[in-house]
Write a protein that binds this ligand. Structure first.
Ligand code: HEM
Length: 539
C-alpha cells in the first residue's frame, strides 16, 4: 500500500483509508464498465450532443460540484500527519489518557494564514494558525491555536467585526493577502484591545521562515483535571525543535512573488526528505484558586500572555510530523477542528472568546462540509469506539441496525456507557466549576481595560533589529492606509505603548509626534513590573 504507516500507533484501521478507486477498468460511479470517456454521444460525427449521454452527464455533474466553500478564515493551509509521544509526567495535572506514560498518539496538523483566500500567498504578513488533531484512545482532542500568544479581541461577539475589517475590500477583493487597508487600521485603532496582537503582527513573528520554525499557542487559558478531580489552569505552548526563525520583509516579498507556495512546499519537501519537523508540547501551569488571575494578569483575557520568566513552560511530550497528506482535499481541506473537541482531563474556562468559539466551529462546518455528518469523513473520524445515538442526515455513511436509539429504553438493552456513568465509574466530562450566579448583563470586567501594557511588554522584549523591523512594518502598513485621521489615531495608540516607536512612525508618515495619554498603569505585581526592564535593550 502506498500509505504504509511509519509510526508506532499505525496499527489496524487508518482513518484516511477510503474504499473505492479499486477497479482495474474505468467504470461509472455505479461500477458499470465504460469503454469511451473521450467523446460525448452525438447525432452523427458533428452533433448536436444527446441529452441521453448519462456517462457525460454524470462526469460533468460530479466535476461541477468538486469545490466546497473555503473556510471563512484560515482558508489557506498546509497539513501533515504525525504522532505525539507523551513524556508521561502529567499525572499530577490531568487524567488525559494520551498524556500517560508510554502513550503515542496519531495526529494531523494544519498550518494556515488567516486573512487570505485559498489561493493567496504563503508569506503574507499575517497570524498563522497551528491546529492539531490528536486521535486519542478517549476520542479526538483538538488544540486549535495560533503562532502568537494573544488575540485581537476579548469577546467572541467582536469576531465578525474584526474579520470584516481585516478581509479584502468587498468591491475589488484587494488587498488579497494582508491586512493593510483602511478598514483594518480603523478597527484596531478604535477597538484598542487589538493593539497587543497588532504589535505581534507588525513584528517578525508574522513572516515566519517556515511552518517548521514557528511556535504555537493555545492562546486561551484551559483547565486540566487530574484523577482526583483537582483542577489547574494551563496555557498550551508548542516549541519547535528548529527554533523560531523569520524572514525579513524583503525576503518575504521576493519568496512569495517567486513561489506563492513557499511554506507549503517547504513543509512537504522537508517531510519527503526525512527532515521531520518536531515540536515539544508544554504548558504553563497556574493554581485554580478561583481568581483566574496570575501576577496581576487576568488569565481569562485572551489579549494577555504570561511571560515565561514568571511561569516556565513544563514540557509534556513531543510531536513529529512524518507523512504528507495523501490527498489535499480529502484531508487538509476537509479536516474539521473545534476547540470543543476535548478529552476527559482537559476542559474549558470562562474566557468569553473561547466560549464563542465553542459555538462557531461546528456551526461553520455544517455549511462548509455539507451537513451534520462530517465527523464521519475519514480525517475527522475518532480512533476510539463511537456510540453517539445520532441518526440519518445528509451524507450519512453508517448503517445502524435495530430500533432508533432513545433513552430511557427498556427494549434494546440500554447503553453500557451511560450505565457506567450513572453508577459513578466514570467522572463527569465537565469539571464541576463553582459559578457565581450574578445577573445577566452585557459588560466586561475592569481587568479587561488594560489594552497597552502587553504590547509594550512584547515590544520591550525585542532586540534593536527586531524593534527597527516593527517600526518599519507599522510605517509601511499604515502607509497603505489612505485616511489620515485613521493613521493619526493608530500613531496615537502607539504613543501609549512606546513614545519612541510612535515618534519614529509619525516622522516617517509625515504626522505630528503624539504625546502619550495619561492612562495610568494597571495594577501589576512586582514580579511582572520587572519583566522587560531586565531584558537587554540593544537598540
Ligand atoms: C478557523 C472562528 C478565534 C484559531 C476558524 C474558522 C472559524 C473560526 C469559523 C473556520 C473553521 C472551519 O471552517 O473549519 C473563530 C471565532 C473566533 C476565533 C468565532 C473568536 C471568537 C480564534 C482564535 C484562534 C483561532 C483565538 C487561536 C487561538 C483558528 C485556527 C483555524 C481557525 C487555527 C484554522 C483551523 C484549520 O486549520 O482548519 N476560526 N475563531 N481562532 N481558527 Fe478561529
Amino acid at each position: 500500500m502506498a500509505n504504509e504507516p511509519k509510526h508506532p500507533t499505525d496499527q489496524g484501521q487508518q482513518p484516511e483509508s477510503v474504499p473505492g478507486q479499486d477497479s482495474d477498468i474505468l467504470t461509472t460511479s455505479q461500477g458499470a464498465p465504460v469503454s469511451d470517456t473521450d467523446h460525448s454521444l452525438k447525432t452523427g460525427e458533428r452533433g448536436p450532443t444527446l441529452l441521453q449521454d448519462h456517462h457525460l452527464r454524470e462526469k460533468i455533474m460530479h466535476f461541477d460540484h468538486e469545490r466546497i466553500p473555503e473556510r471563512v478564515v484560515h482558508a489557506r493551509g498546509a497539513g501533515a500527519h504525525g504522532f505525539f509521544t507523551s513524556y508521561g509526567n502529567a499525572e499530577e495535572l490531568t487524567r488525559a489518557d494520551f498524556l500517560k506514560p508510554g502513550r503515542t498518539t496519531r495526529v494531523f496538523v494544519r498550518f494556515s494564514t488567516v486573512v487570505g483566500s485559498r489561493g493567496s500567498m504563503d508569506t503574507a504578513r499575517d497570524t498563522r494558525g497551528f491546529a492539531t488533531k490528536f486521535y486519542t484512545d478517549e476520542g479526538i482532542f483538538d488544540l486549535v491555536g495560533n503562532n502568537m500568544p494573544v488575540f485581537f479581541i476579548q469577546d467572541g461577539i467582536k469576531f465578525p467585526d474584526l474579520v470584516h475589517a481585516a478581509k479584502p475590500h468587498p468591491d475589488r477583493e484587494i488587498p488579497q493577502a494582508q491586512s493593510a487597508h483602511d478598514t483594518f487600521w480603523d478597527f484596531v485603532s478604535l477597538h484598542t484591545p487589538a493593539q497587543a496582537h497588532v504589535m505581534w503582527q507588525m513584528s517578525d513573528r508574522a513572516i515566519p521562515r517556515s511552518y517548521r520554525m514557528m511556535e504555537g499557542f493555545g492562546v486561551h487559558t484551559f483547565r486540566m483535571v487530574n484523577a482526583l478531580g483537582r483542577s489547574s489552569l494551563v496555557k498550551f505552548h508548542w516549541k519547535p525543535k528548529l527554533g523560531v526563525h523569520s524572514l525579513v520583509w524583503e525576503e518575504s516579498q521576493l519568496a512569495g512573488g517567486a513561489d506563492a507556495d513557499f511554506h507549503r512546499r517547504d513543509l512537504a519537501e522537508a517531510i519527503d526528505a526525512g527532515a521531520l519537523p518536531e515540536w515539544e508540547l508544554g504548558v504553563q501551569i497556574f493554581e485554580d484558586d478561583g481568581t483566574s488571575s496570575f501576577e496581576g494578569i487576568d488569565l481569562l483575557d485572551p489579549t494577555k500572555f504570561v511571560p515565561e520568566e514568571l511561569a516556565p513552560v513544563q514540557p509534556l511530550g513531543k510531536m513529529v510530523l512524518d507523512r504528507n497528506p495523501e490527498n489535499y482535499f480529502a484531508q487538509t481541506e476537509q479536516v474539521a477542528f473545534h476547540p470543543g473537541h476535548l478529552v476527559p482531563g482537559i476542559d474549558i474556562t470562562d474566557d468569553p472568546l473561547l466560549q464563542a468559539r465553542l459555538f462557531s466551529y461546528l456551526d461553520t462546518q455544517l455549511t462548509r462540509l455539507g451537513g451534520p455528518n462530517f465527523a464521519q469523513i475519514p480525517v475527522n473520524q475518532p480512533q476510539a469506539p463511537v456510540n453517539d445515538m445520532f441518526r440519518d442526515g445528509l451524507h450519512q455513511h453508517r448503517v445502524p441496525e435495530g430500533i432508533a436509539p432513545y433513552k430511557p429504553n427498556s427494549l434494546d438493552g440500554g447503553c453500557p456507557y451511560m450505565a457506567q456513568l450513572g453508577s459513578g465509574q466514570l467522572p463527569p466530562l465537565e469539571f464541576p466549576q463553582p459559578i457565581d450566579a450574578g445577573r445577566k448583563e452585557r459588560s466586561e470586567p475592569a481587568s479587561f481595560s488594560d489594552h497597552y501594557s502587553q504590547a509594550r511588554l512584547f515590544y520591550l522584549s525585542l532586540s534593536g533589529v527586531e524593534r527597527a523591523h516593527v517600526q518599519q512594518s507599522y510605517t509601511f502598513e499604515l502607509g497603505k492606509c489612505t485616511d489620515v485621521q485613521v493613521r493619526q489615531r493608530q500613531v496615537d495608540c502607539l504613543a501609549n505603548i512606546d513614545t519612541g516607536l510612535a515618534a519614529g512612525v509619525a516622522r516617517a508618515l509625515g504626522l505630528p509626534a503624539p504625546a502619550a495619554q495619561e492612562l495610568g498603569e494597571p495594577e501589576r505585581s512586582p514580579a511582572l513590573s520587572q519583566i522587560g526592564k531586565s531584558w537587554p535593550v540593544d537598540g
